[in-house]
Ligand binder design. Structure first.
Ligand code: ATP
Length: 445
């Protein structure tokens, strides 16, 4: 468990350091939509690149695609989303506050002192209604029912409808997978908890097509591979992650088996990623609704069949929230405390901060030249000459920068700089000319 005991601390730190801002803040904000600032977007890109590398580049049997957000409306009939992608909504007739009927337990009324929904005498909860979570819009100039299209609530369907396009053009044989990273939209009734549940979010999903009968084996493979990714590649503490198997009554209509990977967020153990055995449900439905064959034909005129699908479905924003939560700690330093984001150096937005110790004796010029060398080598770095060295260190600790490189009086004498490690606070002298290689070697560990 990380040291982060409340989400509020993370909300204020990430705003202060330019990770996450409320969307349209100057207008009072938009409900459960967030913007990523300069450091947030770098962290997000690094997480996505790590996922893409593990899922696509480091394998022969997964191809990447990018399907459009807008799809033919029949896709969402075939997938079951038009009829079934609903949450039961109850509204208080007095306060007009809405709740998920299946989550009333634990929910609190908006009135003060806050009670359970409907607990005040004056309040009255209506009957539950089913509320579809898909955002609708219109295609073309006329706003009529026939022109209704949806903002996709998941990326998976774009991979199913392209199954044969990818298989034939990439000359893949079953088993193989299709991976996507992209935006998804859900008009959640009770969003919140910062970027944990939002109405616009990003997914990193992979659909793995297999011969029926081999699905259970592949399910285990992907379940383990995904856990290894979080602990190994993202560097998350293993004790803060666990599997949670769906019981028979929790399984989605399309699923034969489902396991969630949960992380212990400051709000408790919550789903980070789902691994699902979706059987041949989706391809079969698209075959029925489109009238096009969705069958795989084995090479050499072998069998023809609709493959089964094992899906891995993770939220990028949730992975980012996990990385930040896991990295956060506060440390007593004697006279003061420091707050640190101990993000794995591979994922850290900025790898090194470069400081001249004082603004004289030619130190800013040397530090600027060093900063130029970092830019030329495409190692993200940040130049800072403002304030005491102690304050500059604290700012970088909070921003999650793994190393601070200080140019000082000795640099003029022997060409060395100080490299300070964020986590161990150890300081070593390194030749200024070799400092990029020194950090690169550590980044590769
Ligand atoms: P939940 O039960 O939490 O609504 P789900 O089981 O419907 O989620 P999936 O459809 O399996 O979620 O989506 C895959 C992943 O996408 C989730 O594990 C989560 O990381 C992410 N995700 C889903 N909905 C949201 C959301 N509203 N905001 C942020 N991430 C989300």
């Amino acid at each position: 468990m990380s040291q982060l005991d409340s989400m509020d601390k993370l909300v204020s730190l990430t705003k202060r350091r330019g990770y996450v801002f409320q969307s349209s803040e100057i207008y009072g904000g938009t409900g459960s939509v967030w913007d990523y600032g300069p450091l947030g977007i770098e962290l997000k890109r690094n997480i996505k690149e790590a996922w893409w590398s593990a899922m696509v580049h480091q394998r022969d049997d997964v191809e990447g695609i990018e399907a459009a957000i807008l799809m033919h409306p029949r896709v969402w009939e075939a997938s079951g989303h038009v009829d079934g992608f609903t949450d039961p909504l109850v509204e208080c007739k007095v306060c007009k506050k809405r709740f998920r009927a299946d989550e009333l337990e634990g929910a609190r009324c908006g009135r003060k002192p806050s009670k359970a929904p409907g607990a005040f005498k004056a309040c009255e909860l209506g009957e539950p209604r089913l509320f579809n979570l898909m955002f609708k819009t219109f295609m073309g100039p006329v706003e009529e029912a026939a022109a209704t299209v949806y903002l996709r609530p998941e990326t998976a369907q774009g991979s199913y409808v392209n199954f044969l396009n990818v298989q034939t053009t990439a000359r893949q044989k079953v088993p193989f997978g299709v991976a996507q990273i992209g935006k998804a939209f859900r008009n959640e009734i009770t969003p919140g908890n910062f970027i944990f549940r939002t109405r616009e979010f990003e997914q990193a999903e992979m659909q793995f097509f297999v011969t029926p009968g081999t699905d259970e084996e592949w399910f285990e493979h992907w379940r383990d591979a995904r856990m290894d990714f979080h602990t190994g590649t993202l560097g998350i503490r293993a004790e803060s992650l666990r599997f949670s198997e769906h019981g028979p009554d929790e399984l989605a209509h399309y699923a034969k088996r489902a396991v969630d990977i949960q992380y212990e967020f400051p709000i408790g153990w919550k789903e980070l990623e789902g691994i699902h055995n979706r059987t041949d449900f989706d391809l079969d439905r698209h075959q029925q609704y489109s009238g096009k064959k969705m069958r795989y034909v084995e090479p050499g005129g072998g069998g023809r069949y609709i493959p089964y699908v094992v899906e891995t479905a993770a939220g990028v924003d949730r992975m980012l929230l996990m990385v930040l939560s896991d990295a956060y700690y506060e440390q007593d330093m004697g006279r003061d405390r420091r707050t640190v984001l101990g993000i794995h150096p591979r994922l850290a937005p900025v790898k090194a901060a470069i400081f001249p110790l004082v603004r004289k004796d030619g130190l800013p010029e040397i530090a600027t030249r060093l900063h130029d060398a970092f830019k030329a080598a495409a190692v993200p770095s940040f130049y800072d000459a403002a304030g005491s060295i102690g304050r500059r260190y604290r700012r970088q600790d909070e921003a999650g920068t793994p190393w601070c490189v200080t140019v000082d009086g000795r640099t003029n004498e022997d060409g060395t700089v100080t490299v300070r490690d964020r986590d161990t606070l150890e300081q070593v002298r390194v030749n200024a000319d070799g400092v990029i290689d020194y950090l690169r070697e550590r980044l590769a560990r």
